[in-house]
Design a protein around this ligand. Sequence first.
Ligand code: UD1
Length: 323
Amino acid sequence: MARYLITGIAGFIGSTLAHALVEQGHEVRGIDNLSTGSLDNLADIRHAISFEQTDLQDVAGMKAACEGVDFVLHQGALASVPRSVKDPLGSHQSNINGTLNLLIAARDAKVRRIVYAASSSAYGDQPTQPKQEDMPPLPLSPYAVQKLTCEYYIQSFYRAYGLEGICLRYFNIFGPHQAADSPYSGVIAQFTYKMMAGDTPTIFGDGLTSRDFNYVDNAVSANLLACAAPSAVATGRVFNIGTGKSQTLNDVYAAIAGELGFREKPKYGPPREGDIRHSLANIERATAELGYRPKVGFHDGLRKTIAWYVAEHEKKAATTIEG
Ligand code: UD1
């Protein structure tokens, strides 16, 4: 049994990680400022974890959070490319200042290792596909710059202070509990939510933009493997966490529409600012050095995800009728 601190524990990936760790009998502490996460995501394990509502930028809060911890799984961030385009300073403060503050606290508390939720957006519009970790990064959006900057911080904290770190470059993670009701939500969540409400989603661009969509359980397994990996790979090393397959936005639309029986053709709008065109992971490094293998494929993951949104929708409808 080990002690884990999950930042952003009330978010979609953080809460899924928390469930997995609780199930394995580990001690889980979590922090979240609840700006985008929700305690609803932790309702069934709230009794089994300790939780503080704290911001990553809170110096005393991070000091207390890191005390006695073995592993930090750093998921907390203001995610979303368009949000960072709209508010670069706000997202900088959360994503960079918050991470630096956490790293200082983790160093001082002598945490064993930090596993960081990095982002494939760091590759930007690198023309070569699939993306490999040793390609020079070419970040486009402020969000991509922020996520990449924190990788460099993780590496420098290893070199300067010996704090072990692993950066997991998430490709587009999706699954149950991903918030769906904001313009900053992930595309699968938004499309599903809209189609369920009878609204036709808009595809930004021509629909041929593609992403390596990765089901959340695969990201959870990557985090657990990163904690178990030998120290030799915890030097701030970067790993792609995708599936090695990509889907276009047209494919995604069709797959969700097919599952939900939604018959309207998509609307098309202009491409979104800061967006990259194609994103596809080469996962050989993660496979070789961490033992990572994505167990849930896109279509299976999508079915589980849609089933969850439908069940949530029905629960809410039932509550409204009762109330
Ligand atoms: C996503 C993640 C980001 C992560 C990155 C890794 C989210 C919200 N963002 O960014 O945190 O670091 O993957 O690669 O999960 N789109 C539409 N219509 C919509 C909404 C989106 O066409 O209504 C398009 C976007 O323009 C984009 C694609 O769908 O081309 C994916 O967008 P999004 O889900 O926001 O993810 P990324 O920006 O790729």
